[in-house]
Design a protein around this ligand. Structure first.
Ligand code: 13P
Length: 244
């Protein structure tokens, strides 16, 4: 299989009203660098309008979660087919905020990823250790177990992406050192069922650390939270991915 493009994915989390589509339109005005794929995952209410705003730009739209069932009596939930119908091509699954806020287990993430595949979506499966787990020297053990239990059999470079997001680095302005990220990514690469599955780093990726992070071997892109909300910042991160 040819090499997959590197991926800059923005996770807007619970941010974004219609007026914020202007940021996406501004971002879409500059074509991504060669070999770089760009994805924005807005809140569900904006997916369809985001797809419209990005139409023709090559930038893609994703969801932040889906239900494991195809349909049914699940008030407030969204199915993978609904995301696809609204214009999404990807869905983030098992983000640490969902694991913490909603008690989501790795077994549920597997079921959701299967539902995503059934709807033709690429599943972006998130894993990462807490600060206590890192302090205890358990990082590799924790991420290996999460990967094994969160990624269904049948994951390939075409239908899955793995995002390594240390929980303590999310929204904190702190990141692991380059050697630590390199160690985890090299380790995860060896655990993947298909070595072509892209491995993203996530957690306080900003314009001023993007070059350092993207130069690390085995880092195929980033899952970006806060810095993806502003076109200038996310654009600078995308440009850094293009030159590293
Ligand atoms: P920040 O980039 O805001 O740290 O968030 C990272 C993240 O959780 C992306 O999914």
């Amino acid at each position: 299989m040819p090499d997959m493009p590197r991926l800059a994915a923005g996770n807007w989390k619970m941010h974004g009203l219609a007026a914020d589509l202007a940021e996406a339109r501004e971002l879409a005005a500059t074509p991504p660098p060669q070999g770089v794929e760009v994805l924005i995952c807005p809140p569900a209410t904006l997916i369809a309008r985001m797809a419209g705003a990005l139409a023709g730009s090559g930038l893609r739209v994703g969801g932040q979660d889906c239900h494991a069932a195809a349909k049914g009596a699940h008030t407030g939930d969204i199915s993978a087919a609904m995301l696809s119908d609204a214009g999404a091509t990807h869905v983030i699954l098992g983000h640490s905020e969902r694991r913490a806020d909603h008690g989501e287990s790795s077994a549920e993430v597997v079921a959701k990823a299967r539902a995503a595949w059934a709807a033709g979506l690429v599943a972006i499966v998130c894993i990462g250790e807490t600060e206590a787990e890192r302090a205890a020297g358990a990082t590799l053990e924790v991420v290996a177990a999460q990967l094994e239990h969160s990624l269904p059999r049948g994951a390939t470079a075409a239908n899955a992406v793995v995002a390594y997001e240390p929980v303590w680095a999310i929204g904190s302005g702190r990141t692991p050192g380059a050697r630590e990220i390199a160690q985890v990514h090299a380790f995860l690469r060896g655990q993947l069922p298909d070595r072509g599955i892209r491995l993203l780093y996530g957690g306080s990726v900003k314009p001023d650390n993007a070059d350092t992070i993207f130069a690390i071997p085995e880092v195929d892109g980033a899952l970006v939270g806060g810095a993806s909300l502003k076109a200038a910042d996310f654009g600078a991160i995308i440009a850094a991915l293009g030159r590293n």
